[in-house]
Design a protein around this ligand. Structure first.
Ligand SMILES: Nc1nc2c(ncn2[C@@H]2O[C@H](COP(=O)(O)OP(=O)(O)OP(=O)(O)O)[C@@H](O)[C@H]2O)c(=O)[nH]1
Length: 251
C-alpha cells in the first residue's frame, strides 16, 4: 500500500516541532535573565552560539515532528485502506455511504452505487496461485481507479468484490460508467509467463439512491442487482431502479 509522501499531518507536526525548537534557546535566556544578566547583550555577544542552538533545535525537532506525522499518516491510512489493493476498505466504505445518504437527503440530490464482482476469480487462484490472484486484484483496482473520477469512491468490500459511490449521478450516468468499467476491465491482460495472459469479465449491480431510504437498503439493492447479474452469466450489468431490474447488456 502506498503512503502519501507528504501529508498535512507531517506538515502540522513539523511546524509544531519548529515552535518547540524555540524552547531550548528561550529557556537558556530565561535562566540568564533570572541570574540578572542583560539577555540582549548576552545574545549579541554569543550570537553564533545562539544561532547554533536555534538551528540545531529546529532541525532536530522539525525532523521528529515529520517522523511523528508520517507515523500518524500510516496508522490513519491502515485503518481505512485495504492492504492488497490500496483501495478503501469495507469499514470506511460503510461509513462513507452513510455520509453520502445524509448529504443526498439534506440537499435532495441523487447518487449511484455500483457493486462489481470479478467473474470466475477462484480459478486464477487455483491455476496460478494466490500471488497472481492478488496481482490481478491490484490490476483491477488500478484500472477501475483510472476509469473513474477522483471524487468517486472505490472500495474493496469482499475477496473479489468492489463497491463504488458515484456522487451526483443519475441512473443513465451510472449505466454509462458501468459500461465503461466493463470495457476497461476486459482489456486487462495480466502476463503470467511469455505465452499466458489472464483476463476476466466483471459482473455489476447498479442502484441509485432513492429518497428517504437508508444506506443499508441501498447497499442491499445494489447487492441484489449484482446477484441478478451473476445469475444471468458473465460480464452482465443489472440495474435496480427503485426495485425495478433492467438488464442493460441486452439493450
Ligand atoms: N488471491 C486472493 N484471493 C482471494 C482473496 N480474498 C478472497 N480470495 C479468493 O477469492 C475466491 C472467491 O471465490 P468465489 O466467491 O467462488 O468467486 P468466483 O470464483 O469469482 O466465482 P463467481 O463469483 O461465481 O464468478 C476464493 O477462492 C477466495 O479464496 C485475496 O485477498 N487474494
Amino acid at each position: 500500500m502506498d503512503v502519501k509522501l507528504i501529508s498535512y499531518k507531517q506538515i502540522i507536526r513539523s511546524v509544531q516541532g519548529l515552535f518547540l525548537a524555540l524552547a531550548p534557546p528561550a529557556g537558556w535566556l530565561l535562566i540568564r535573565w533570572l541570574q540578572g544578566q542583560n539577555v540582549w547583550f548576552e545574545v549579541y555577544q554569543n550570537l553564533g552560539l545562539y544561532l547554533y542552538m536555534l538551528i540545531g533545535s529546529m532541525v532536530v525537532f522539525g525532523c521528529i515532528g515529520w517522523y511523528i506525522g508520517y507515523n500518524e499518516t500510516v496508522v490513519g491510512q491502515l485503518s481505512v485502506k485495504d492492504s492488497t489493493t490500496g483501495l478503501f476498505n469495507i469499514r470506511y466504505f460503510r461509513s462513507r455511504l452513510v455520509e453520502e445518504v445524509s448529504t443526498a437527503k439534506r440537499h435532495e440530490i441523487s447518487f449511484a452505487l455500483i457493486m462489481l464482482d470479478v467473474d470466475s476469480f477462484k480459478l486464477i487462484n487455483q491455476q496460478y496461485g494466490h500471488t497472481i490472484g492478488d496481482e490481478f486484484l491490484v490490476a483491477i483496482a488500478e484500472t477501475v481507479t483510472k476509469t473513474l473520477r477522483s471524487n468517486e469512491v472505490i472500495a474493496r468490500v469482499g475477496g473479489e468484490e468492489f463497491a463504488i459511490i458515484l456522487p451526483y449521478c443519475s441512473i443513465e450516468g451510472a449505466k454509462e460508467i458501468a459500461e465503461r468499467l466493463r470495457q476497461a476491465v476486459s482489456l486487462i491482460k495480466l502476463p503470467v509467463d511469455e505465452h499466458t495472459f489472464i483476463s476476466r469479465t466483471i459482473s455489476q449491480g447498479v442502484a441509485v439512491y432513492n429518497k428517504l431510504e437508508t444506506s443499508d437498503l441501498l447497499y442491499l439493492r445494489a447487492e441484489r442487482a449484482l446477484l441478478a447479474a451473476k445469475q444471468q452469466g458473465q460480464g452482465k450489468i443489472v440495474l435496480d431502479e427503485q426495485g425495478e431490474q433492467d438488464n442493460m447488456s441486452n439493450i
